[in-house]
Design a binder for this molecule. Structure first.
Ligand SMILES: Cc1ncc(COP(=O)(O)O)c(C=O)c1O
Length: 330
């Protein structure tokens, strides 16, 4: 970090832009992907998306100790745990059928608690259906209600990285109104060990910074010692693929998802997908298919997340299994 000396261990990690043609000026990859304010951002490599979300909520609580946290019912289970750890008041908001937050319910609920600062945990890709809450719409609600004190954290565990690379660009980042964004490094980036990245506004992180003599640095992170290999894997992936390579990964995943949806529909299965999502949703198939293909199931719904390693060949194999089962049932 510009204002800190490197600690004696991997206290933080700074991903420099290496991209061909980027010129000599070094610049932060994730801060740029998430359109963070150029002179007011900070971030670190976490142990995963859950820690990044904990960090966002922690900053929010320090800024607004009397704030109320709003999050949709499709939010990842770790958020409730984090809220419990931080002892923050919170309200669950309804979701629409696609898993996106119900903006009417959000507005109505905030209206009833207008005396309290608002803290929003927005999902940028829910766990089950990969629905994205629209941060710009949420900001518009806050403006409409004349809410002066608020904080928006984007839980972009799965979709954050590639949402920054697609058109139309979903409204999820700093320019859209987020104050912090967390992603998982072992999802779209494919790190072999769990890790993540959180980016926040530096001015907010400065409020929690504490100087610690024996590490020769300021303490600004949730965990102390962290896995030093995680930043290397992230750096390696960025260096190997570049933004162009990450973009083509996203395009590949989206194309595989479109293929999957179409193949399932051709079998008469009610498959569907959120716009620009790599997750294909469909009614949970038989227990044996779920076991063989390790399909998650929740309230009768399953999904296939077309991560970059998933190809049409994998989908064809699954389709063959589904077809065989249908023939047996006839
Ligand atoms: C939407 C969402 N948020 C947070 C998490 C937690 O991320 P991690 O496993 O990296 O802690 C997940 C994990 O699946 C997720 O889907």
């Amino acid at each position: 970090m510009p204002d800190e000396q490197p600690g004696r261990s991997f206290r933080y990690f700074y991903l420099w832009r290496w991209l061909p043609g980027a010129g000599k000026r070094s610049s932060p990859v994730f801060a740029e992907l998430f359109r963070a304010p150029a002179d007011n951002w900070w971030g670190y490599v976490t142990n995963g998306g859950s820690e990044g979300n904990l960090y966002g909520l922690y900053l929010a609580r320090e800024l607004h100790p009397k704030g109320m946290v709003y999050y949709s019912e499709a939010t990842h289970y770790s958020v409730q745990k984090n809220l419990h750890l931080l002892n923050m008041s919170n309200i669950v908001i309804r979701t629409q059928d696609n898993g996106e937050i119900d903006y009417e319910d959000l507005e109505h609920t905030i209206r009833m608690n207008r005396h309290m600062p608002v803290i929003i945990m927005a999902n940028i890709g829910t766990t089950m259906t990969e629905a994205r809450d629209d941060v710009a719409k949420i900001k518009a609600i806050l403006k409409k209600l004349a809410i002066q004190h608020y904080y928006i954290h984007a839980d972009a565990a799965l979709s954050g990285t590639y949402s920054a690379l697609i058109e139309p660009r979903p409204a999820f980042d700093f320019e859209d109104g987020a104050d912090s964004i967390a992603i998982s490094g072992h999802k779209f980036f494919g790190s072999p060990m769990p890790c993540g990245v959180v980016v926040a506004k530096k001015s907010n992180r400065d409020r929690i910074a504490r100087s610690v003599a024996y590490i020769g640095s300021v303490d600004t992170t949730i965990t102390g010692s962290r896995n030093g290999h995680s930043p290397l894997f992230l750096w390696h992936t960025i260096k190997r693929l570049g933004i162009a390579g990450l973009k083509s990964r996203a395009i590949h995943s989206l194309a595989t998802a479109a293929y999957t949806e179409q193949k399932l529909k051709a079998l008469g299965i009610a498959a569907w997908r959120n716009a620009n999502a790599i997750t294909v949703n469909f009614p949970t198939p038989s227990a044996s298919i779920c076991k063989k293909w390790q399909l998650a199931a929740e309230q009768g719904n399953s999904h296939i997340i077309c991560m970059p390693n998933v190809t049409q060949m994998h989908i064809d194999l699954l389709i063959t299994d589904l077809k065989a089962e249908m023939v047996l049932q006839d």
